[in-house]
Design a protein around this ligand. Sequence first.
Ligand code: DQA
Length: 149
Amino acid sequence: MSLIYVLNGPNLNLLGKRQPHIYGHETLADIEADCRHVALELGHDIRFHQSNREYEIIDWIHEAREDAAGIVINPAAFSHTSVALLDALNAFEQPVIEVHISNVHKREAFRHHSFVSQRADGVIAGLGTEGYQLAIRRLASLIKAAEKK
Ligand code: DQA
């Protein structure tokens, strides 16, 4: 059973309470349960983390270099600011899917650019919290395709 990391950036611990008209009513715990369910169905285990601290997310990406077959990441506001996250992901050799709950392209101009997108193998935005499950499905296909090579 290979391992998928699901990493979440700042303020996502407030999901369910934070601007529900933008981010919906599901909590991060609900998202984690959905991710576990889909991952299990596809034969993967997940490690699910959230932090408001950039260095902690970087440390998890480094950890993933040792034991993960892929990463799903919602870097939240760090998407738009963090070269350090991009560098960490560039040092990770397995597939990466970036997720945004909201459609960042429909929002303020500063959300239109993501450093992480430069590394991501795919980007999902605006599909709500369902985006996480779709990202895991895509990651599982990429992992399977890589195994066949
Ligand atoms: C977000 C979009 C970001 O612009 C924002 O800073 C977030 C959440 C999303 O999931 O839609 O915190 O990544």
